[in-house]
Design a binder for this molecule. Sequence first.
Ligand code: CMC
Length: 434
Amino acid sequence: MAKKYVTDKIAEVRIGDQVFTLPVIEGSEGERAIDIRQLRSETGLITLDSGYMNTGSCTSEITFLDGEKSLLNYRGYAIEDLAEKCSFVEVAFLLINGKLPTNKELDGFKMLLNDHSIIHEDMVHFFDGFPSLASPMSILSSMVNGLHNFYPEMDDPKETLGLTAARLLSKVRTIAAFSYKKSKGYPLVYPRFNLSYCANFLNMMFDSPVQPYLINDVVVDALNKLLILHGDHEQNCSTATVRMVGSARVNLYSSISAGINALWGPLHGGANQSVMEMLEQILADGGNYRKFIDKAKDPNDPFRLVGFGHRVYKNHDPRSRIIKKACDDVLKSLHVEDEPLLAIAKELEEVALNDEYFVERRLYPNVDFYSGIIYRAIGIPTNMFTVMFALGRLPGWIAHWEEMWKSPDAKISRPRQIYTGPLQRKFVPMEERE
Ligand code: CMC
């Protein structure tokens, strides 16, 4: 373990009349864990924990979150401060390098991002091979995997990680915008050195030869916030995937491509798209949100109120509060405060927060509940919402992949199982089978 916070406490496991002791370790914010790494060799038993509800897969110095207290810190800094006072590029630097950049470091990092913002022209032709209705998430994961063939300097990741990280952060932004332009059949708009990270992305998405895109600072600020708030979230499904795939010593591009696919799922990052679809459905149904709340509460109906609930937050998701405020600001600045989906979202939140079913299960709006309304207001198509999540989550994935790769404790991820199939039996030749 990179850093091991051993305590003087031990846990005892009694199996029959034998008692085994296991060390208890403590993280820097006081969370404790029973270290079971010797359990199997000492007792012959493993632990079973579907969905990893109680299992820590690593120690990590990147992100701390306390779901009871609604706390989220990146490298020790509160998410509220970072979202208010930093740009996404600063926060990406922080997540990847473990410290906030000085002015000089930030300038150097921005220059690196500019230098690597263009993708190889041969890769631009890849977009032509996808059908026009292809999912932007599938395009993104394929293109990111393909980057390895064009920029393959991952043989010694410790030497080249800074460069590869900058390439990924910059090129994924370009790939996302190009995939949108291609899906529309519009001419591509290339990145510009004189624009900030977020302004550059918006310009690549929305500028056109017939109508130049006007940069709106409120929109740029909201996009910065959204990307920062998605920057990292410790061992969620996609980050755990990046670490797991990377643990087989797979290169960073391909590990992140796997993370993008994990993020796609509607229970994870895909939820922001599903929230929008749900709100649109409610609107089409005359705004009858109570019907949807009743459906979500019905144990015989698989429907869930998307954008509610979280594996870790059993109190407000601190990110959703910041996003709700940014949402009001953007809609006001774009003069679309009367957006009916926002009104429905607010009423739905109000009713759910006072409903016994949601209160008992401690289900609060999560990060995805309001983010889609902002994306929609700034013109991002619904099927690209999860791509935006991926753009934000990139620095977190990179930081975790590097931490895993460099950890002296790193081992290939290989969970065990309890086999429940038939006992070994005699092989039956074809002619004797019934
Ligand atoms: N609507 C209605 N009921 C819910 C919901 C919901 N959104 N979420 C959980 N429940 C109920 C669930 O039916 C269960 O009830 P019961 O105890 O009666 O069986 C109870 O709450 C606990 O749910 P769970 O599925 O055991 O909780 P989990 O920790 O395994 O799942 C979750 C977490 C996020 C997958 C789940 O809350 C969910 O499906 N939410 C909707 C999808 C969503 O918004 N996902 C985005 C998550 S935040 C972004 C990210 O980090 O990826």
